[in-house]
Design a protein around this ligand. Sequence first.
Ligand code: GLY
Length: 377
Amino acid sequence: MQSHSSHSNQRIIIIGGGVIGLGIGWQLAKAGCTVSIYERDQAGRAASWAAAGMLSPLAEVNLNEGDLRQIGLTSSQMYPKWVQELESDSGMSVELRTEGTLIIALDRDDMEELQHLYELQQMLNLPVEWLTGAEAREVESSLSPRVTAAISCDADFQVDNRLMAQALTHAFQKLGGMLHEENPVEKIEIQDEAAAGVWVNGTQVEADVVVLSAGCWSPLIPGLPEAIRPPVRPVKGQMLALQMDQPPIIQKVIHAPDTYLVPKNDGRLLVGATSEEQGFDTQLTAGGMFELLRGAWEALPGIYDFPIVETWVGLRPGSRDNAPILGKTAIENLIMATGHYRKGILLAPVTAREIASLILTGETSEIIEPFQLSRFS
Ligand code: GLY
């Protein structure tokens, strides 16, 4: 579909400066392309900021989502090297932690569900271990006495997603990428069924390739023909951060039945997240906070006296099937990398590598082939 006579000196415009757009931009700037990112607000301050940074491809596996599981595992395997390269290019740490995840059960119902998940993980030969409640408390002594069982996913990682967004911004700019913050794209310019650039501040900026990576704002960018408007909607997530005493109450990420808890190096314990279909509403609610605190307290009663140091709301970009939308579209030179839903931080490395490679070679890899927009038509 695309014909690139010269691959590494193309002019690329990326719409959206979250970890997805920044990651693609970093890789393409490194390959010698002229890359401009247009961001409606501040780079890395939307879903990338709101996330918890869990890299848990094993915690949310589903039998029917083989392609999604595979791309998650591929990206997670890429993480250590990606972090090394990013830290070297940016000169800053993104605080990769390797203590792993415990998925816990608190009652009989949870345990049935956990057993079902464990059987599935075993069927898929995933490296997980079943623990009794007592064994789980040997690993994390602050877990509630109510914990009846746990699955230990030692291969899981976590990063500080806010630091990762900053590192990507630095690395992108150090390599010559141009970041235009508070510069919303007014229109994608399409001529003869091909993307020719974008309009910003009333001026047309030409490009050889336009990448749409604007999260839940992706379908709202003017100029997109109806047939290729990506079916992505905002899925609201309320979160909060507690300040842990020293030494920290936990080291591992904990997936409890109603919440997850993610300890960070600076002593914050992130508690997330609600999942609400409320459009672009970003209000915190009493009910949302109550459910998060209740779920966290049931798993870790020791949090009771911890100060609440931050509360926030993020908007996940969820596609119609909650899998990302990656690759070419019916409009030549218009590429999508959006709809990462709950997995934007996990899938950032594989998305950056595969979309950059698609732009540089014109070839769609097997990894992203199942995720093209055309699957919805
Ligand atoms: N990735 C976790 C969430 O979306 O809540």
